[in-house]
Design a protein around this ligand. Sequence first.
Ligand code: ATP
Length: 364
Amino acid sequence: MPALSIKQLRKTYGATTAVDSFDLDVAEGEFVSLLGPSGCGKTTILRMVAGLITPDSGQIVIAGKDVTHVPVHKRNVGLVFQSYALFPHMTVFDNVAFGLRRNNLAEDKVKERVITVLSKVRLEGLEDRFPKQLSGGQQQRVALARAIAPEPTILLLDEPLSNLDKQLRMNMQIELKRLQRDVGVTTIFVTHDQSEAMAMSDRICVLESGKTQQIGVPEDLYHRPENKFIATFLGRSNSFTASIGKSVSGKLVQLDLDEGIQILATASDKVASSGKVHVTIRHETVKISKNPPDKSKALNRFKGKVIYRAFSGSIIDYVVTLDDGPEFLLEATNVDGERHALPGAEVWISFEAGAVLVNELGDQ
Ligand code: ATP
């Protein structure tokens, strides 16, 4: 039995369809992210699961019980918001104790549980502080502690890390993931940050305009995008439109890019059909070299000139204009710290047939 089962959920606001025909099953202990651009419906779904918004239609089942019309305080869900929403007039202890006392837990048990949970989020010793006496990261940990203290069936996190600076955010990602594993609580995480979703989730559900575009483990979404939206939304990539050319072998097919070059892609069902297709080639799959790469290693290789180079420590971004073709953006790993391929340098770029992701063209 899934910990959470959402069926055909729908919510409209006047003429705006915020969520449409949304289905999702989440297994016990699973960490699932709802990811998508601003306005795609992530928060509305999370709030419907919490009981803060009533759906127009559909069903929400938590641990086998239909809670679609059950009020928020009877759903046994833990909530953490971007704004933390701590009670400002209560100490850390009282904030974390809040849900336990509301559940009428005996005060000695409340104390025991608050101390245990505060140690899990590494806030021992700060019990008597008020929220305004804490840093942003500490406030977020109190919010987490408050949410997990009553042992919720589901933990709902709405962009909980987005108010933190970059370094703290990365540290909190690791902490949050460890805590979630340790506690074993089923978690739904709303974010518009794809790298955060990929780093933390067992599965990701990508949404656009209130509809699911693809659900899967991060690697599947990244390497096997089901459509053009997923292919271009995740990662950094070069996008082209192409016509399917001749089949070079049973395994390879030629694609004629509108920009005038031919590339080889791995044959698949998606490229079996004729006509126009959308082509995605991720930055990190394009290699740059001074000399022509060995054809046996890279089926696609082109000569060009570096027109832009940006060094950012571990990676170097390049823009290369091909001699007779389009610009390619690529990302190289800084392996030796040398200043290779400065702007103006004549270079080769190459990529494997397997790096070419092909999808239906869809809407222009
Ligand atoms: P963000 O990442 O910006 O928070 P989101 O993916 O969480 O966006 P939602 O907040 O769920 O998106 O909103 C989905 C759609 O519903 C948007 O078009 C939004 O403008 C609309 N919407 C949300 N709440 C209301 C409301 N109370 N009244 C009218 N429209 C609303």
